[in-house]
Design a binder for this molecule. Structure first.
Ligand code: BG6
Length: 510
């Protein structure tokens, strides 16, 4: 039946979520406009939202339902992956979209919310099911959670008649101590089974495809270890700068913004052992083990194995662009890193001794996220060749141009045995046609279904901070050392290249 609906492709599911009310705190913010409402609308287009499901936006700004609908119509028209907006779907969607304004510290806000939710339950059969989405800074989590509990808006985790779940956005803390505090404050009100910590990288089709590649094929896994792999590279490169988020970025930097969460998630999926089943705890158990196996980088190793950079003025697409320190809401003397590169090692039976080089940054030469697995060279130079043979490389392109490429060596046609690297390429777009669902669509659907497999568990988040915090502390101990400058539109500071050159290796040209 599903196959008849072309929009279901990529999100086919036999399970339709139970009707619920989806409550967004921070409903007029950037995330709601750019990601959440467009994702919910696209789920509606795909006919994946349960009948009767309603959405209530909550935030400080004064406005009524109609004004909220109009504002979100414009946001969806601008940011939806499917354009133009389907007005018939939108009208039905908008009739289930409501808005409550109020302060999060004010219990009155929650009393009004409760009344609104009860009215919706009575009218739409949502039966007390609640999905709260915290699209707000973590400093407001505690007060929202406590007020939800005080207003009687949280069901017990094993209540069989209705459910309450909460989705929390990053940043999940700024170091190990604050992440622990956040977990404790969430656990005061919610059981871990009710908490969905979102990392949108896990919702990307290509990240899930890495699981399919590794565990759905027999040919890769036997090679996926220290006997055959020379090293791994993970790049999360963005061409944009900090845009309007200078204030946020001054507090975060590339390590907190990308490495602690998205990049380590990519690493976990690359390096984890096969789980016994593709189920929430089985998968997350294996992922956490990867973090626990990461060789700590602390003390003098911080300077040896990590590189920080910050973009200066440069060029992008032929246009001059600002340096980080000239961006709005950024200190002209800022030492915040907009680029980071590290040499990591997963110190376990499978990967001991295999360097994993990672880098992430803003205002790099292009937007590309990929994982490349570089295999060892052949043991014996049987075939005459000028210079060394290029080793085989398997590339998982997360975005854009999603796909998988295998580079190997082939003979150039002709009378001599001349060898040249060639590529076998699988491209998502041409094989499956069009673009798949956005990460947020997949993850919102999973949260409604109560499936936390692609969400971070408490111990996963704290293990990631346990690894990253000593690096941040190491940098903080030498405040006089500035991040190395790189011109906007380049591949980062020279120190990032030296990190690999020291080992006789080089970053892949992207
Ligand atoms: C967000 C970061 O989590 O991820 C942003 O806060 C970054 O700084 C974004 O731009 C990248 O996401 P994507 O899906 O565009 O790779």
């Amino acid at each position: 039946m599903h196959a008849a609906n072309p929009f279901r492709s990529g999100l086919e599911t036999d399970r339709i979520p139970a009707p619920c009310v989806f409550v967004i705190f921070g409903a007029s913010g950037d995330l709601s406009r750019r990601k959440l409402l467009p994702a919910l609308y696209n789920l509606a287009v795909s006919r994946l939202l349960p009948p009767g499901m309603s959405i209530v936006g909550v935030s400080l700004r004064e406005m009524g339902d109609e004004q909220y609908r109009a504002t979100m119509h414009d946001a969806v028209a601008e940011f939806s992956r499917r354009k133009p907006i389907d007005e018939a779907v939108w009208d039905d969607f908008a009739s289930r979209l409501f808005y409550e304004s109020g302060k999060f510290e004010d219990p009155g806000t929650f009393a009004r919310l409760r009344e609104r939710l009860e009215q919706i339950d009575a009218a739409s059969g949502t039966r007390g099911n609640r999905l709260y989405y915290l699209a707000v800074p973590p400093s407001t989590f505690a007060v929202i959670n406590d007020n939800l509990a005080k207003a009687g808006l949280v069901a017990a985790p094993d209540d069989a008649t209705r459910y309450t779940r909460i989705v929390v956005e990053k940043p999940f803390g700024r170091d190990l101590a604050s992440a622990n505090e956040l977990n404790q404050s969430l656990h005061r009100v919610f059981d871990e089974r009710q908490i969905f910590r979102i990392d949108h990288y896990l919702g990307k089709e290509t990240v899930q495809n890495l699981v399919a590649l590794r565990f759905g094929n027999a040919i890769f896994e036997p090679l996926w270890n220290r006997n055959h792999i020379d090293h791994v590279q993970i790049t999360v490169a963005e061409d944009i700068g900090v845009e309007a988020r200078g204030k946020f970025y001054e507090e975060a930097g590339a390590t907190r913004d990308i490495v602690q969460n998205h990049l380590l998630q990519l690493l976990m999926v690359t390096a984890m052992e096969p789980p016994v089943a593709f189920k929430a705890d089985e998968v997350r158990d294996e992922k956490v083990k990867v973090l626990r196996a990461l060789k700590p980088i602390r003390g003098e190793d911080v300077a040896r194995y990590t590189v920080r950079g910050q973009y200066g003025p440069g060029n992008f697409g032929g246009q001059p662009v600002l340096g980080y320190r000239q961006e709005a809401n950024v200190s002209p003397a800022s030492r915040v890193e907009t680029f980071v590169a590290m040499k990591l090692e997963v110190d376990n039976w499978r990967f001991a001794g295999v360097p994993i080089y990672v880098r992430a940054g803003k205002r790099l030469a292009k937007r590309v996220t990929e994982i490349s697995v570089h295999f060892k060279s052949v043991p014996h130079a049987l075939l005459a060749q000028e210079g060394p043979l290029e080793p085989d490389v398997l590339v998982v392109r997360i975005q854009p141009d999603e796909g998988i490429g295998l580079r190997f060596v082939a003979k150039v046609p002709g009378p001599t045995m001349t060898l040249r690297p060639v590529t076998m390429d699988f491209r998502y777009g041409s094989t499956f046609g069009g673009s798949g669902p956005e990460a947020y669509e997949r993850l919102i659907l999973d949260a409604m279904l109560g499936d936390p497999t692609l969400f971070a568990r408490a111990d996963e988040v704290t293990a990631a901070w346990r690894f990253v915090t000593p690096i941040l502390e190491g940098w903080a101990r030498t405040p006089e050392v500035e991040p190395a400058a790189y011109a906007a539109g380049t591949w980062g500071p020279s120190a990032a290249f030296e990190l690999l050159e020291r080992d006789g290796r080089a970053w892949r040209r992207l």
